[in-house]
Design a protein around this ligand. Structure first.
Ligand SMILES: [Zn+2]
Ligand SMILES: [Zn+2]
Length: 340
């Protein structure tokens, strides 16, 4: 089968590998669509998270069950599925209460075991979630990033925001706009340096800005930081209103130098957000299957799996015109204009 493997910083190669076999309690899934995530870029640029090299990348996918191993009764061939890509120890106090995202040993498929940038992958049946047959697989591939936005909304108590600031108009920032709107948040301001990305946030009714506003005028009471660099973190701290809440959703590639006095003198509250809980994944499946929430707006490219290196090149380039890039093992891919 075809698969895209990480071979070291800046190196993603498309190769032919043996098709994986499913053991007891597992299922073999034929991948339909797989999304390139911000964390895949952290791997590509910095070599973060990966435990063995080479490794098949990717953790966001939709697909169809091809075969089930002995003992699997919850799935059958032909079922449409998405996956819970979290790989955790299973025995720590966090895992025992189901809070796998807080497991100290947390990893993801595509990092600590083979991922979904491949024609097939094998996963434990209890890590696969069925999707109704009527749901398009292309839409279903967005369950995982939508679960991140739902976890941001829950942890960050976004429903209580009067004026929500979102820093970063990438896929997670845009999905957070959609979720916040659905929760009834009326005022949303989105900041990003890239005009193309901002335009989409603007079409969703958010006020858009390319730089942090100065002064004490119109400060948000809640800001979601979805970038993860020094300038955006410092900007977010400075932007928030006193007693405001900073929801930290971006992962950092470098250490940052900020002025902690912004937190002290304004009595800010800081909330970290890591991945999602199982309930967020199920809620995302419900929203994708049962609502009209237009999550597909974040998809700017659907590339054939064989073009995975091109997908990484587009996302790693400085112009930030791309949103979510989906890979498909289908030969052709489906070109998609920005912002569709
Ligand atoms: Zn992801
Ligand atoms: Zn654990």
């Amino acid at each position: 089968m075809l698969a895209a493997r990480y071979h070291g910083i800046g190196q993603v190669r498309v190769e032919h590998l043996p098709q994986p076999e499913c053991g007891s309690g597992q299922a073999l899934v034929k991948v339909a669509y797989a999304g390139i995530c911000g964390s895949d870029l952290h791997i590509f640029r910095k070599g973060m998270f990966v435990s063995t090299i080479p490794e098949v990348m990717g953790h966001e996918f939709s697909g169809v069950v091809e075969q089930v191993g002995p003992g699997v009764t919850t799935l059958q061939p032909g079922d449409q599925v998405v996956g819970d890509p979290r790989v955790s120890c299973g025995i720590c106090p966090w895992c025992r209460t189901g809070a796998y995202n807080l497991c100290p040993a947390l990893g993801f498929i595509g990092e600590v075991r083979p991922g979904c940038f491949a024609e097939y992958l094998v996963l434990e049946a209890n890590k696969l979630i069925k999707i109704p047959a009527a749901v398009e697989l292309r839409r279903a591939a967005l369950v995982e990033p939508l679960a991140v936005a739902l976890h941001i909304a829950g942890q960050g108590r976004l429903a209580l925001a009067e004026h929500l600031g979102i820093v970063g108009a990438g896929p997670i920032g845009i999905l957070t706009v959609l979720v916040a709107r659905a929760l009834g948040v009326k005022r949303i301001t989105v900041i990003d340096i890239a005009a193309e990305r901002l335009a989409l946030a603007g079409r969703l009714g958010a006020t858009i800005l390319q730089t942090f506003p100065g002064g004490q005028g119109d400060q948000p009471d809640v800001v979601v930081e979805a970038v993860g660099v020094e300038a955006t973190l410092a900007g977010a701290l400075g932007w928030l209103k006193p007693r405001g809440r900073l929801v930290m959703a971006g992962l950092y590639e470098e250490r940052v130098d900020i002025d902690p006095n912004d937190i002290v003198v304004k009595e800010l509250e800081l909330v970290g957000v890591s991945a999602y809980e199982t309930g967020d994944l199920h809620r995302a499946v419900e929203l994708i299957a049962g609502s009209k929430m237009d999550v597909e707006q974040i998809v700017t490219h659907v590339l054939p799996l064989a073009s995975a290196p091109k997908g990484f090149a587009i996302l790693a380039s400085g112009d930030k015109k791309a949103g979510k890039i989906l890979l498909t093992p289908k030969e052709k891919g489906e070109e998609n204009g920005p912002g569709r």
